[in-house]
Design a protein around this ligand. Structure first.
Ligand code: GDP
Ligand code: IMO
Ligand code: MG
Length: 436
């Protein structure tokens, strides 16, 4: 299929992350010129498998393996320079070039070790049942500083050494007092040492740093086709997700305009990415969670272990109430359905089509996370299939039960499935031009 006809496109997860966005972005990029990460930071873990080789990307956009793609890390992200430079070095060692194909926004916010420390200490201090299960990458504390404004540092600040040193000294004094006072932390940060370290990072990053907003608008005027790579999932969106069990950015499509500085009117297509079942890492409600042999079987078949933290992912049946809600505020024009192969060998498949909360049938995804925690799934059953799907390449190759399952999900969400994943590799993909 020629993806050029999609126009400027956003790829967004419609569940709680790890839907397979990396694979979809990499695939679509055959026909795009630019890929933009617009939210989140090193909490993301996007996996691409090419030629039997696996690449896990955290800070970098998933276009680094496509020689034609310009990779842009836009202003709505938070950047941990140590992670980013580590990723660049590791890729270069594997023969993947990074130079003119990477641009980093001077507006992005910078993650410091005190953010990571606060992330860990706040989780440790939280009462049982109130821990968020974050990735410990300092994401929440860095975004909190961004919105609080007093203690934030942006990429452009790193490029003015004297100003940066003075500002960091004030910020570090505040952070040390805060960590000592609130968490009784004994270790403190040394502002001068930290400034030296970050100024050295800045020198390595300098060739990549620019005003990405003006760059993207120039490229749009030149007619370059852009792909916006969502991180996390819509249900982890700070405004629309299962708050407080969310991340700290707009991981739903709303983040494109604010994060990349490109108006939403420039977007022509939204690809909603779903997994054929549901997973979640970290804490928070997951109505269809299976704490039994079926859940274990999905985890093993799907290799559901976190790309960023290695934690086993919580697994359950597909939750059509949750995914339909995510589709409301992201507006997918098409769906990419991944991991269909993982569901082979189940006699019966279940899809959650409503919740039972306090004895009532509820069709709407509740705003109150406490209510969602009480939700019991109401399931519809579909017949499974026994055939392995890894070698299927066309819609017609799929067993009839698998086709019926795909149709069922598309109907429930109300958007056509255009791409189906039957394995992690690039070529393990079925494209359905007209949609199912
Ligand atoms: P992302 O964060 O949305 O990019 O997803 P992750 O990379 O964290 O997790 C998705 C995992 O599923 C990765 O290990 C992928 O290699 C793998 N994957 C992607 N699509 C498929 C698929 O269709 N079938 C199977 N079996 N694995 C897939
Ligand atoms: P990708 O882009 C899955 C989850 C964490 C935790 C919550 C808050 O790979 O889909 P944070 O560190 O962001 O403050 O953690 O959000 N989380 C993700 N879960 N995939 C991700 O990214 C995630 N990024 C954050 O597990 O529950
Ligand atoms: Mg991931």
């Amino acid at each position: 299929m020629d993806f050029r006809g999609l126009g400027n496109t956003c790829v967004i997860g419609l569940q709680w992350g790890d839907e397979g966005k990396g694979k979809v972005v990499d695939l679509l990029l055959a026909d795009f010129d630019v890929v933009v990460r617009y939210c989140g930071g090193a909490n993301a873990g996007h996996t691409i498998v090419v030629g039997g080789e696996k690449f896990a990307l955290h800070q970098l956009p998933s276009g680094v393996l496509r020689p034609n793609a310009l990779n842009v890390i836009a202003g709505g992200t938070v950047i941990d320079p140590a992670v980013l430079l580590g990723e660049i070095a590791a890729l270069r060692q594997r023969g993947v070039p990074l130079g003119d194909n990477l641009r980093i926004s001077d507006r992005a916010h910078v993650v410091f070790p005190y953010h990571r420390r606060e992330d860990v200490l706040a989780e440790r201090a939280a009462r049982a049942g109130e821990k968020l299960g974050t990735t410990a990458r300092g994401i929440g504390p860095c975004y909190a500083d961004k919105y609080g404004r007093h203690w934030a540092i942006r990429v452009c600040d790193l490029l003015a050494p004297d100003r940066f040193r003075a500002r960091l000294a004030a910020v570090v004094a505040h952070k040390n007092a805060y960590l000592r006072g609130v968490f009784e932390e004994r270790e403190t940060f040394d502002a001068a040492r930290l400034a030296d370290e970050y100024l050295a990072f800045a020198e390595q990053l300098r060739p990549f740093i620019c005003n990405t907003t003006t760059l993207l608008h120039r490229l749009l005027r030149e007619g370059r086709q852009m792909l916006f790579e969502g991180a996390q999932g819509s249900l982890l969106d700070v405004d629309h997700g299962t708050y407080p069990y969310v991340t700290s950015s707009n991981s739903g499509g709303g983040g494109v305009a604010s994060g990349a500085g490109v108006p939403l009117a420039a977007l022509r297509s939204v690809i909603g990415v779903i997994k054929a079942y549901t997973t979640r890492v970290g804490a928070g409600p997951l109505p269809t969670e299976l704490n039994d042999a079926t859940g274990d079987r999905i985890r093993e078949r799907g290799r559901e272990f976190g790309t960023t933290t290695g934690r086993p992912r919580r697994c359950g049946w597909f939750d059509a109430v949750a995914a339909s809600y995510a589709a409301l505020f992201t507006g997918p024009t098409g769906l990419a359905l991944l991991h269909l192969d993982t569901l082979s060998g189940f006699e019966e498949l279940r899809v959650c089509v409503a919740y039972r909360i306090g004895g009532q049938i509820v069709n709407e995804f509740p705003s109150d996370t406490y209510l969602l925690e009480q939700a019991e799934p109401v399931y519809e059953s579909l017949p499974g299939w026994s055939e392995e799907l890894g070698d299927c390449r066309r819609w017609e190759d799929l067993p009839a039960a698998a086709r019926a399952y795909v149709r069922f999900l598309a109907d429930r969400i109300g958007a056509p499935v255009r791409l189906i994943g039957v394995g992690p590799a690039r070529e393990q993909t079925i494209l359905v031009a007209d949609g199912v």
